[in-house]
Design a protein around this ligand. Sequence first.
Ligand code: C5P
Length: 220
Amino acid sequence: MTKTVVAVDGPAGSGKSSVSKAAAKRLGFAYLDTGAAYRALAWHVLDSSVNPDEAPAVIASLASFDYAIGTDPDGYGVRVGKTDVTNSIREPRVSAAVSAVARVPEVRAHLTALFRDIIQHTEKRGIVVEGRDITTVVAPDATARILLTASEEARMSRRSAELATESASDVAIALQKRDRADSRVVDFMTAADGVVTVDSTNLNFDETVDAVLDVIRTSQ
Ligand code: C5P
């Protein structure tokens, strides 16, 4: 049986996590949130009192990075060592540190190998993998390759609605800063050759999931 691999890339606030998870559920596929892995490493770096801007120390911390992520779209947990970090990796301090950690080439190579291993060993008949470099680096041979975009305005307002405790302008500033830093490392704003763009600016959640499922169906 050939496994279906669906690669979804996109910027923060494009809805790629919730849309990818919903698409995986509808198809009975596994789901892998690669951003959660980068966040777990940033959490581990902070927990080890390592400065995220010091690349050699970040690289050294990979040796003690004992990480596990679930791939069930109905409830996937993230663990570092014995600690459940599913919620703490979403804290603003982790979001602020993650780009510095993710720009280190050794980190990217380490996590890319881990993602490929998870993709290869999934027991389901397919897996939806989402992040920034899935269509280009992690799984360039994926069955379906999708870039999920939305206007900056739509992305900011969706994200501030999610994080009702923070002010909308704080969210917008933090997101723009992270997108700017991330796009220096990986181009996730333009579709690579053969990648289908789904623009969700004028689509609601269900319409976006349907658009993604359409791309998957026509790619198989
Ligand atoms: O998807 P999310 O916004 O949770 O990703 C958190 C961070 O992980 C991004 O801001 C980026 O720095 C990094 N990341 C990455 N490559 C991926 C997925 C995430 O560099 N494939």
